[in-house]
Design a protein around this ligand. Structure first.
Ligand code: F0G
Length: 450
C-alpha cells in the first residue's frame, strides 16, 4: 500500500505539482513563491481518503500505549494528517514531539490572567521545535534516495538536521553565520558529524549561498522553504487541541524568525477545523525582536502585503533574520486568524526569559519573545483576563547558556537598553556568588535572600 496522498500547491500562483516535481530550491518555476503540501482526498466529504475525526481522536490516544517507535513519536502518531511518504516505514524518528504543556501560574497572576500555558518545544530530542519538522522532511530525503542533506541555519535547524541525518546514515552540510550562533547549537552539529561551514555573512547570506549549491549538486535542501518541514511542525497544533480536549485556546503566541513555525501551526489548526476535529482556530500572533522585525514593519506599512528585508540585529540569535522566507504564509495566518504582529525590545526579551526561568521552565532568548509580546497584548486589551493563551517556547535554555550567564552577571544589556527597567532586572538577577568554603560563609550568603 502507498501511504502517499499529497501534492504541492504554490502559495503564490496556485500551480499544482507532484512532490517529486519540485525544484531543488523548492521555488515555483512559474512565480518563484513557496509550495504548501495539500491532500486532495480531503476536499470531498465522501472521499475514502478523508480522515474521520472521531476515529482519529481515539486512534491517536491509543497509540500512546503502543510499543511501536512510530507511535511514540508525537509527529508520526498523527500520521493520517501527514501522508507525505510512500511508506511510513521510511520515517526517521528520534521520538520527537509529545512535548509538555505547562501552566504558568506566576506569569498569569502578574498579568491578571486565569489560563496561561507554555507548550515547551525545547523538550524535543535536540532541544528545539525543529525536530518535529526535521523528522518529516529528512524522511522524505531518505525515501527519495538522497545521500546528502543541507541547511543554512541560525543554529537549531542545523542541530536537528545533523542528528536526524546521522540516524538515517546520511551526510549533512551546515552553513552558519560565523560568530553569530550560540555555542550549544554549534557543538551539536559537530557532535552529530555534520560538515559545518561558518561563513563570513549573516543567516540571509548563508541562505543565498546554499540556494546556489542545491541547484548545482544533488543535495537535498532542508531549510523551511522545504514544505515537508512544515508538515512536521504543524503537529504541535494537534497536541495542543488534544490537551484542550479538542477545543482550542483563544490565543497562540509564536516567535517569528524565518516565519515557518507560525505558518505551520496555522496550517495545523486550519486543517483540524476543515476536517471537523475542532470547531474553530485560535488567534495566532507572531512576535519578533525589535532589531529583526521585517514582518512587523510590513503589517505597519501595508497590512502584510509587501515585505522589505531589513539588516537584522538581536541577541536572540535564533531569530536574527532580516529576509524571512515564509513571510507570506505567516502574514496570511495572522490575518486569517485575527492575530497580531508586534515586536519587543532586547531588555523586554531578557526580562521575560528570566521570568520563565524563575517559573522552573527556562528557554532560549528567541522563545521568550512570546511572554514579552503577551505583556504588550494584555496592556493593549487584545488579550482579555479570561482568555486562554498558549505560548510556544521554541528552544531549551541550555542552547544559549552564555546569554543567561551574561544576564545574571549584569553584562548582557547596555545602560541605554535598560533605562526605566533597572529595578525589574535587579529583582530577577541571580548571579553566582563567590563564597569562602565554610558553612558559616554559605549560610551568611543565604541569609536575607529568601
Ligand atoms: N525560536 C527558535 C529557538 C529558533 O531557532 C527559530 C528559528 C525561531 C524561534 C523562529 O522560527 O524561523 O520558523 O519563524 N531558527 C532557525 C534556525 C531559523 O536556523 O534554527 P521560524
Amino acid at each position: 500500500m502507498n501511504d502517499n496522498l499529497h501534492q504541492l500547491r504554490c502559495f503564490g500562483c496556485g500551480a499544482r505539482i507532484s512532490g517529486t516535481e519540485a525544484r531543488p530550491d523548492f521555488r515555483c518555476a512559474d512565480c518563484g513563491d513557496l509550495f504548501e503540501v495539500e491532500f486532495p482526498g480531503w476536499a470531498q466529504r465522501s472521499s475514502h481518503d478523508r480522515p474521520n475525526p472521531g476515529a482519529l481522536k481515539w486512534l491517536w490516544r491509543e497509540r500512546r500505549c503502543s510499543s511501536e517507535a512510530l507511535d511514540h513519536s508525537g509527529v508520526w502518531r498523527f500520521r493520517e494528517l501527514l501522508p507525505i511518504l510512500d511508506s511510513f516505514g521510511n520515517a526517521v524518528t528520534l521520538r520527537e514531539g509529545n512535548t509538555p504543556l505547562y501552566s504558568l501560574p506566576r506569569a498569569a497572576k502578574a498579568l491578571g490572567m486565569d489560563q496561561l500555558f507554555a507548550k515547551h518545544q525545547g523538550m524535543n530530542p535536540t532541544g528545539s521545535f525543529k525536530d518535529t519538522g526535521m523528522t518529516a522532511a529528512l524522511s522524505v530525503a531518505r525515501e527519495r534516495g538522497f545521500e546528502w542533506v543541507a541547511c543554512a541555519s541560525t543554529g537549531n535547524t542545523s542541530a536537528a538536521m545533523a542528528a536526524y541525518a546521522a540516524r538515517a546514515g546520511l551526510r549533512s552540510l551546515v552553513l552558519i553565520p560565523e560568530g553569530k550562533i550560540a555555542w550549544g547549537k554549534l557543538s551539536q552539529a559537530m557532535d552529530y558529524g555534520a560538515v559545518t561551514c561558518q561563513l563570513k555573512t549573516d543567516f540571509d547570506g548563508c541562505v543565498r549561498v546554499l540556494t546556489q549549491i542545491v541547484r548545482e549538486a544533488p543535495i537535498y535542501l532542508l531549510n523551511s522553504v522545504n514544505p515537508y518541514r512544515l508538515e512536521g511542525q504543524k503537529t504541535p497544533a494537534f497536541e495542543i487541541a488534544e490537551a484542550f480536549d479538542w477545543t482550542v485556546p483563544d490565543h497562540l503566541i509564536v516567535p517569528g524568525g524565518n516565519l515557518a513555525n507560525s505558518s505551520a501551526l496555522g496550517k495545523g489548526f486550519r486543517e483540524m477545523r476543515d476536517l471537523g476535529l475542532v470547531a474553530r482556530v485560535p488567534r495566532i500572533s507572531v512576535i519578533q525582536a525589535e532589531g529583526a522585525n521585517p514582518l512587523v514593519r510590513s503589517f505597519a506599512a501595508n497590512h502584510g502585503a509587501v515585505l522589505e528585508p531589513v539588516e537584522a540585529h538581536t541577541r536572540a540569535t535564533a531569530i536574527r533574520i532580516g529576509n524571512p522566507a515564509s513571510w507570506r504564509k505567516a502574514a496570511r495566518v495572522v490575518t486569517d486568524t485575527g492575530g497580531s504582529c508586534l515586536d519587543v525590545s532586547e531588555a523586554e526579551i531578557a526580562i521575560a526569559k528570566a521570568e520563565l526561568g524563575a517559573e522552573g521552565l527556562g528557554c532560549e532568548p528567541a522563545s521568550a519573545v512570546t511572554l514579552a509580546g503577551l505583556k504588550k497584548l494584555r496592556a493593549r486589551g487584545t488579550v482579555a483576563p479570561g482568555d486562554s493563551v498558549v505560548l510556544i517556547l521554541t528552544g531549551h535554555t541550555l542552547k544559549d547558556a552564555d546569554y543567561t550567564i551574561d544576564f545574571h552577571r549584569g553584562t548582557l544589556l547596555r545602560e541605554d537598553e535598560t533605562a526605566g527597567l533597572e529595578q525589574q532586572i535587579e529583582r530577577l538577577r541571580r548571579n553566582a556568588l563567590s563564597v569562602e568554603a565554610t558553612p558559616e560563609a554559605v549560610l551568611a550568603a543565604v541569609k536575607g535572600r529568601g
